[in-house]
Design a protein around this ligand. Structure first.
Ligand SMILES: *Cc1c(COP(=O)(O)O)cnc(C)c1O
Length: 479
């Protein structure tokens, strides 16, 4: 684009922006089970106002913006308390779970560089359900990710498999509380004990559950320990922009004490310019997310969050019971929180998703990987409460429609054409050829995604990654 020569009017700008948003998902209706965590208008307004109030303050320098230092210290202190840490626990505010995780992996890497200098290729052990952000951290930081299968029944980390994966190069073990895909809490206490036995760093990834699980526990749910009460847990990531409903760009990374956190900090005086001292990955950053997080936490309040948790818990029970009664659907497991995963033995789940989508629902596809089948994921949030009956009714109908839809022919054709092809050397051109056979045209996606999801699902992970990269490299181009 070219920027408007004489500027646009406010009115014209907002008209245009609204137009850009026209085809976005209609999350405001409460039928979106992912991506948006919506606490309702009143809370959103408070978050927006606080965000705007601190929009221009720059977290680059907390000595100049002491308000931001104050906010960050208070938020970290809240996190430490919420996760039952003692006075030694310290932490920082980050832009999200991914940044918190990158920082934890960096801190572990740098800690072990000092502690075990003989390790030149550090490894971290990831249950297959550990969030992709750990693979990103591995990729960025030169740490090798060693993935181990989770238990095929419970989908929780298999402690014995983790034990067998430990080598002389291992520095870090990861567990999730809960995992995104199946919403179950790993045996954090056993993993942390294993880490202690072997003098390793243990990260408890509570991006999803760190805020909400303590409330579920107060409501009488049997929540396994995952926090600083567990001996051996070194660091914990907990997102605020998920179940604390604060505006996006809000997470905390917490450490058992300053000795560990020190390795997260980056200082630089080897250039000509201002002194750089960063707690996090970002340098210049708006104070908005931090002020908004502080505001929303205090506006909703402890009782308010407990009440929201109670409603979500009831909704999860209704939805999981309902799904297990629908002919053709099967829960992968009973979740520990409010992330639900289910599949079908006889119907293509990607068709079910497309049919639901046509009816205004957003439910998320999850590709098969290792011992987990392709499935449908729901992250249930406050704005979904009240839609349970309607959701179940529509699901049951969509399963029946999905049964009648043609299935697997295209994938069969593509698979046939790949017979004998060396997938490790497949070119971007061949990949884009397959993608266009599945319905991708000129960088645009079809409204029905079943063929594309089916194609991706049929490919091995490294080819999926190639396909996704080629696709994205294509769509982010000049309009
Ligand atoms: C969401 C999530 C993350 C990553 O968080 P982002 O805020 O999307 O960067 C990490 N771990 C788990 C378990 C998550 O659910």
């Amino acid at each position: 684009m070219e920027i408007a020569r004489n500027g646009m009017t406010r009115e014209a700008i907002f008209e245009k922006l609204a137009e850009f948003r026209r085809n976005d998902i209609k999350w405001q209706e409460g039928r979106t089970y992912g991506y948006v965590f919506d606490p309702g208008k009143a809370v959103v307004e408070v978050g927006k106002a606080a965000y705007n109030a601190f929009l221009s303050e720059n977290g680059l320098d907390f000595t100049v913006f002491q308000s931001l230092l104050r906010l960050e210290r208070e938020l970290a202190a809240f996190g430490a308390r919420h996760l039952r840490g003692d006075k030694q626990v310290v932490g920082n505010f980050t832009s999200g779970g991914t940044e918190s995780i990158i920082l934890a992996v960096k801190a572990a890497r740098d800690c072990y560089r000092e502690k075990r200098p003989e390790i030149t290729t550090p490894e971290m052990i990831l249950p297959a359900t550990a969030h992709a952000a750990f693979h990103k951290a591995a990729h960025y930081l030169g740490v090798k990710a060693v993935t181990v299968s989770v238990d095929p029944e419970t989908f929780r980390a298999d402690v014995e498999k983790v034990r067998s994966a430990i080598t002389d190069n291992t520095i870090l073990i990861v567990g999730s509380a809960p995992s995104y895909a199946h919403g179950v809490v790993d045996p954090i206490a056993d993993l942390a004990a294993l880490a202690q036995e072997n003098d390793l760093w243990m990260h408890s990834d509570a991006c999803m559950g760190g805020f909400l699980l303590p409330y579920f526990s107060r409501l009488g749910e049997p929540v396994p320990d995952f926090d600083f009460t567990v001996p051996g847990v070194t660091s914990i990531s907990v997102d605020l922009h998920k179940y604390a409903y604060t505006p996006k760009g809000a997470s905390l990374i917490l450490y058992r004490n300053k000795v560990y956190r020190k390795y997260q900090i980056f200082a630089c005086s080897r250039w000509i310019g201002y002194t750089i001292i960063n707690n996090a990955v970002q340098s210049s950053k708006s104070g908005g997310p931090m002020a908004a997080a502080w505001a929303v936490l205090n506006y909703v309040g402890d009782d308010g969050y407990l009440e929201i948790a109670r409603k979500k818990l009831a909704a999860v029970k209704k939805i999981t019971d309902g799904i297990s009664r629908i002919d053709g659907l099967r829960l992968l497991t009973r979740p520990d929180m409010c992330l639900v995963s289910f599949t079908s033995n006889d119907v293509n789940v990607f068709h079910i998703i497309d049919e639901m989508n046509r009816r205004g629902w957003y439910i998320q596809p999850s590709l098969s990987f290792d011992n987990s089948p392709a499935h449908i994921h729901l992250s249930i949030n406050a704005s979904n409460v009240g839609w349970e009956d309607e959701l179940l009714k529509n699901l049951a109908e969509c399963v029946e429609i999905a049964r009648t839809l043609p299935d697997g022919e295209l994938i069969g054709l593509i698979k046939g054409s790949l017979e004998g092809v060396d997938l490790s050397a497949i070119s971007d051109k061949d990949i884009m050829g397959m993608m266009s056979a599945a319905g991708v045209t000129d960088g645009a996606l079809p409204s029905r995604m079943a063929d594309i999801n089916g194609l991706l699902d049929a490919l091995p992970a490294h080819v999926r990654e190639k396909a996704l990269t080629a696709f994205v490299n294509d769509i982010f181009s000049q309009p």
